[in-house]
Ligand binder design. Sequence first.
Ligand code: FAD
Length: 423
Amino acid sequence: MDSSTVVWFRRDLRTADHPALLAAAERASRALALFVLDPVLLRASGGPRVEFLHRCLRSLDADLGGRLVVVEGDPVEVVPRVAAEVGATSVHVSADAGPYGRARDAAVAERVELVRAGSPYAVTPGRVTKPDGTPYRVFTPFCRAWLEHGWHSPARTDASTVDWIRSDLGRDLPAGDGLPDVRALWEAFRDEKLPDYATRRDRPDLDATSRFSPFLKWGVVHPRTLLADLGRGAGAQAFRTELAWRDFYADVLWHQPESARRNFNRAFDRMPVDDDRERFEAWCAGRTGYPFVDAGMRQLLAEGWMHNRVRMVVASFLVKDLHLPWWWGARHFMRHLVDGDLASNQHGWQWAAGTGTDAAPYFRVFNPVTQGEKFDPAGDYVRRYVPELRDVPGKAVHQPRDPIVDHAQERREALARYAAVKG
Ligand code: FAD
């Protein structure tokens, strides 16, 4: 057994159900807990996501009895240096499936032994394949195979699994709050909202979803822990399917890393897109004149989060009503979302744009008015985020006010552009 090792936390900011902790405890008698603030990732993140990360780190540090070492710098340089300073020859991590993380880890592994155990997904990306070994490109058969493949039981770990090294190599985190009791939040959702999740999850006015995406993004909780706790019923089944979407998009990105930046379906490279910064700014600010779209964009700016139904509608609006490139919208989302996750975000956008896997048929263009009337029937969601409409009663609030474009006209334009590509 080695005398010391390093556990390098990244998107696994917890001590429960943590296979890399088990692997570290088997390998060495003591371990240093490390988190690296990587300027490349910080630059791409807006204030709310960085603040949420700090909260996660404060909670993890408290769980580790104040022994988390936080260092700012390039991980390729920092991780081997910190390992050498504590006399460790190995570093334990949960595998990262994203393009940046994979390249970074390969560079770190050239300098110090990197031991991967577990990943942020129920099933590690790349493991679920068709019988002939090729990846799935369509969700429904992936989901079937994913359920058949199954996942491990939660790993029994906690902060005491490892004897943590005390060190003054790191810097202090800015003062502030940690996270609320995430287990209690989960139990409240499971007991009160999960039974009706299947029927209510599409309603942004109801607060009927888990809002666990930021915790899942940073690995404060592992999806396997939630899957093991779901039980039976339509709500549980619908929730399981949503976690399968998360694994599916990570799997797609793992097989096709370039799909983070380009159309998954390359036929759409031929489709002309506009370059209108003014319209883009109006969309970003929630000033399109379509109240359901504006409410969503303002919720994003105010809370760093947006309801899934509204994400679909605002994304469709950017691509099909404003004819702007989906990657402009994806970049804005990644900057502002607390749960900003490259796989779910870029592929959520490509789904809406019709350029991705399992794409919504290109001729399905969301109507922002009827979507609002259907999923926010009393208009409460819009009135919550668009204060100037507070006095408009009921669903009348969904009627456009000084719209920057005419939906019917832009819908025809979008269909013509898509048809030209399909033709
Ligand atoms: P719940 O309904 O409680 O779902 C439980 C969990 O399942 C979520 O926390 C999430 O991890 C997963 N999930 C649910 N829906 C999806 C989905 N469509 N795709 C992948 N995973 C899903 N999700 C992100 O986590 N990060 C993103 O950056 C992101 N960007 C998106 C961009 C667009 C354009 C669209 C249409 C969707 C995006 N999503 C993203 C997916 C989805 O909107 C969020 O996961 C969901 O709204 C989070 O709220 P919740 O935790 O209450 O979800």
